[in-house]
Design a binder for this molecule. Structure first.
Ligand code: GTP
Ligand code: MG
Length: 340
């Protein structure tokens, strides 16, 4: 899964890219960088400690830094599965986030509109294709999209068509992709972060999470060892680096949940799409598990901690055997039983 960092020139995209990927900023930072990053998860660390596992493997996402937003890069960012939109909140930038957000969303809406219109024209030219029900279906769907876009609404707010949209391939509508907003506060304005988050939430479209951070500070923190970090945070009265929060929110925006596989050999976090079942979880771990799936042993992370391990969970009745169609929940610890 790829998440692309987008925003206007100088908003702090590259600084955030370095903060999240824990890579140093060297000289003039480039755009178009890609990094695979581990998703920090305290639960996984705890499980690893419990099992004294030799290996701890985090779930991962791919992160891309992009050049500043202009129509020239729209083709490039269509490949992303979701966006982190960076809005600057420095002394010399406008305080008007609404404007910053609207202008990006409007560009996305216009770009999608152009795509829809082009496709509708092509369908019309092929005319008289009433006998082709697929084309007719596509036209009806695109008409619905177009009238929604004409009302200046992003496609992500058009509900009930997600399933149908899947049948029309290749559009990659920008205003339909999941998005989160990261307000990049200057060091001086960081104290306003909570207010900024609140006021933005009431302004952006439903389902777009907002978070405020200081990219430069996060970039510095991300390169420190745990010991250094503790001292630094105490000295400056910082409660937590929000790097982890940003990455987890990005996963959430992508519609991902995590489940765990555990053991003394390896503890590992895996991503799954919200709503996917135990059979799909088995496939994520190994195709053999998918093909020869029998049952999934499931314990929630909270129960595992509460009852201090599998044995305690069994005694408490918190240990379950589930079938293929069980919908996996975030934090499930799963052991797949598969045939030989
Ligand atoms: N004060 C302050 N300045 C920042 C912060 N983050 C970024 N900047 C400054 O903003 C400028 C742009 O930062 P970049 O991260 O390169 O921004 P960008 O969005 O990647 O810029 P382009 O790739 O050129 O579009 C740099 O001079 C940074 O030092 C921050 O948290 N606080
Ligand atoms: Mg940049």
């Amino acid at each position: 899964m790829n998440i692309s960092i987008i925003g206007k020139a100088g908003s702090g995209k590259t600084t955030i890219f370095h903060a999240l990927s824990r890579t140093p900023i060297e000289g003039k930072a480039g755009s178009g960088n890609v990094s695979i990053i581990d998703v920090p998860d305290e639960r996984l660390e705890n499980l690893s400690r419990f099992f004294k596992s030799r290996k701890t493997v985090h779930a991962r996402i791919e992160l891309t830094d992009t050049p500043s937003l202009n129509s020239g890069i729209f083709q490039q960012i269509r490949q992303a599965d979701a966006f982190i939109l960076v809005l600057p909140f420095f002394e010399d930038t406008e305080k008007d986030f609404f404007q910053g957000y609207r202008s990006v969303m409007n560009d996305f809406i216009l770009s999608d509109m152009a795509q829809v219109e082009q496709r509708l024209e092509r369908i019309a030219k092929q005319g008289g294709k009433r006998e082709n029900p697929l084309l007719q279906q596509e036209k009806e769907l695109l008409d619905v999209c177009l009238s929604h876009l004409n009302e200046e609404k992003p496609l992500m707010t058009l509900k009930g068509i997600e399933e149908k949209m899947r049948h029309i391939r290749g559009f990659q509508f920008l205003s339909q992709k999941p998005m989160m907003i990261l307000v990049n506060c200057s060091e001086e304005r960081l104290s306003l972060a909570a207010d900024v988050e609140d006021s933005l939430k009431s302004i952006v479209h439903e389902g777009i999470p907002c978070i405020a951070a200081c990219a430069r500070l996060e970039a510095e923190l991300s390169l420190m060892s745990d010991a250094e970090l503790g001292g630094f945070m105490a000295e400056y009265g910082i409660k937590e680096s929000i790097r982890g929060r940003i990455i987890r929110l990005a996963c959430d925006t992508l519609g991902l949940i995590s489940f765990f596989t555990v053991g003394d050999d390896e503890c590992r976090a895996w991503h799954l799409k919200k709503g996917e079942n135990a059979h799909e979880a088995a496939r994520t771990v190994h195709t053999d598990f998918y093909n020869k799936f029998i049952r999934a042993e499931v314990v929630s992370y909270d129960d595992f901690i509460k009852y201090n391990g599998f044995i305690g969970c069994k005694k408490a009745g918190a240990w379950r055997l589930e079938g293929k169609t069980y919908i996996v929940k975030d934090g499930d610890i799963i052991t797949i039983r598969a045939g030989a």
